[in-house]
Design a protein around this ligand. Structure first.
Ligand code: NOJ
Length: 583
């Protein structure tokens, strides 16, 4: 398995440290969904949605320049609709110097010409509507590009009215930054500006200066940008790096922890730079803003958080913050450990006050789940297990393009090939995120059907000849068809759609099993997954859960599991999966 990326490290470090912002469960949190939340008359669309992350540079190139674009996405809406996608989240498409491929925005109310025009965007919204697919924008509120006119003004003089839009401080002495804070992308989080003789703070790359969220003008400018896109019909926002909005007002040095990170920097406690309580005031205001629009617009958070209790805080004390803070605890377990999955999934079911968790395994920042969970020998079977967890648990599902066909992480071979700034800075230990951003593999033809260009922005992985949509569509047993069947089941089976998620066979270290209990009179569904390379036998007693029945009939089974099983003796072959209706 390749080394971890910075983003997995954030999750792991946070979880291990349980920062000072950790809170503790109260009795209420321990209750279950059905005890705490009366079924609403009609669930908002996002509750049961399948959200598909599109990295616009890599989905489909429509104009032959080797980079994906908005018209390319439009061309692929039929495929997405057929797969059962309800919404796409587009990573940033705003004008940007592209130092961090769009996460360095220079204009929040326009489209970068690389991806097309505002007309193309409007066309995408309309075409999406015709395909029943909503469009969610990425909103980067923590920082801008250093080429943003706001920052150019801010750095022009200490007296400029926008000086205080960013975080400027004096150094501790000549050449010494204001404190010891390290950037998540390596080295000091402060960059010196020779002209005005002060340092500016950047949580990420030096070309991504942090905005000062204690300045009300910043909030106004950002909320105006949100309104601009809501007015154009977007279904909501994925809020980038949202726990990072505020920093300690006293700028105290971080506590240094043992060890070094991949950049050779000291590891630091994050409590002065991440997850400060003031961010929740902003979230409440933002929620009010999106709620003032019709159609259940949604706020999704990029929330790498240390504990489930921190996760709960992001829904808001009165459910008045984010509807879907991402749950990074399940998807980033990074090993096929039945006990850990059981605990984390159950935490999400029982400790979020009945709110919908948002599970996610793959995204543009992390090594693909195929490689993180695969053992090198049974990757295809393990990928089915991951898909099954994502799509049969009680959660909104977030997937990433190419996950459904089993695209593999293909990192650059040499430093010269690296595009991603963190790979440039961290090479060779940290190769960056190019490997999980390679072009979508549509078919076995030129450029995998992604482009007609002589050279695509990232190389097409060699796997494309056999791992692609066209080939897999024709193979009944392909991963693509497995995803497709799961997505159908999730939508149409009442127990999988609405049922409580109850863990069973609780002390089994080898098999993860749960039931989705039918909320009405109909059958419940048993999901069982063998996490090992050896056959396993399980005996289920579901009566204590109020579920009658001695048999289960397969709705979907893999790895040679029988289609009708006696619940007292279920044999699961290596990495076998069984999803069955209890009779
Ligand atoms: C999180 C985004 O997902 C990542 O790609 C980006 O580099 C950082 N935030 C900085 O915006």
């Amino acid at each position: 398995m390749p080394g971890r990326h910075a983003f997995q490290m954030i999750a792991v470090t946070l979880a291990a440290m349980c920062l000072s912002s950790c809170t503790h469960t109260n009795g209420k949190n321990a209750q279950t969904a059905s005890q705490t939340k009366a079924a609403p008359p009609a669930a908002p669309w996002w509750e049961h949605a399948l959200i598909y992350e599109v990295y616009p540079r890599s989905l489909q190139d429509s104009n032959g320049d080797g980079v994906g674009d908005l018209n390319g996405i439009i061309q692929r809406l039929d495929y997405l609709q057929h797969l059962g996608v309800n919404a796409i989240w587009l990573t940033p498409i705003y004008p940007s110097p592209l130092v961090d491929f769009g996460y360095d925005i220079s204009n929040y109310e326009a489209i970068d010409p690389v991806y097309g025009s505002m007309n193309d965007f409007d066309h995408l919204i309309a075409a999406g509507k015709a395909h029943h697919i909503r469009v969610i924008m990425d909103m980067v509120m923590n920082h801008t590009s250093d080429k943003s006119p706001w920052f150019l003004e801010s750095r022009s003089s200490r007296n400029n009215p926008k000086r205080d839009w960013y975080i400027w401080r004096d150094g501790k002495g000549p050449g010494i930054p204001p404190n010891n804070w390290m950037s998540l992308f390596g080295h000091s989080a402060w960059t010196y500006d020779a002209k005005t003789k002060q340092w500016y703070y950047h949580r990420f790359y030096s070309a991504q200066p942090d905005l000062n969220w204690r300045n009300p003008e910043v909030q106004k400018a950002m909320f105006d940008a949100c309104r601009f896109w809501l007015d154009r019909g977007v279904a909501g926002f994925r809020l980038d790096a949202i726990p990072e909005l505020f920093e300690d007002p006293q700028f105290r040095d971080a506590k240094v922890l043992p060890g070094k990170n991949v950049y050779g920097d000291p590891r630091e406690d994050q409590s002065y730079v991440s997850n400060l309580p003031e961010v929740h005031d902003v979230m409440r205001k933002l929620r009010k803003l999106v709620d003032s629009y019709p159609g259940n617009r949604v706020l999704i958070g990029e929330t790498y958080l240390p504990t489930i209790q921190d996760q709960l805080l992001w829904y808001g004390k009165n459910n008045d913050e984010l509807q879907l803070p991402m749950d990074m605890q399940v998807g980033m377990i990074n090993k096929l450990d039945a006990n850990l999955f059981r605990t984390k999934i159950n935490d999400a079911e029982t400790q979020l006050n009945g709110n919908m968790p948002l599970f996610v395994f793959d995204n543009h920042d992390n090594i693909r789940s195929w490689d993180r969970y695969g053992d090198g020998k049974h990757n295809a079977a393990i990928a089915r297990i991951i898909a099954t967890i994502l799509l049969t648990t009680r959660s909104t599902a977030l997937m990433y393009y190419g996950e459904e066909i089993g695209m593999v992480t293909t990192p650059p071979k040499t430093k010269a090939q690296v595009q991603d700034p963190i790979g440039k800075l961290g090479w060779p230990k940290e190769k960056g995120r190019d490997g999980e951003r390679t072009p979508m593999q549509w078919d076995s033809g030129k450029d995998a059907g992604f482009s007609t260009a002589a050279k695509t922005w990232l190389p097409i992985p060699p796997s494309y000849k056999t791992v692609n949509v066209q080939v897999e569509s024709g193979q009944p047993d392909s991963l693509l068809n497995w995803y497709s069947k799961l997505i159908d089941l999730r939508k149409n089976n009442p127990a999988l759609h609405d049922g409580q998620n109850i863990m069973v066979d609780n002390s089994d270290p080898n098999v993860l099993s749960y039931v989705r209990k039918n909320p009405g009179q109909g059958p419940s569904v048993l999901v069982a997954m063998n996490f090992t390379a050896q056959p396993q036998t399980v005996s289920y007693a579901l009566q204590p859960q109020g579920i009658q029945g001695t048999h289960a009939t397969a709705l979907l089974a893999d790895g040679g599991v029988a289609s009708d099983v006696d619940l007292s003796h279920v044999v699961l072959p290596p990495f076998g999966v069984f999803v069955g209706q209890v009779q």
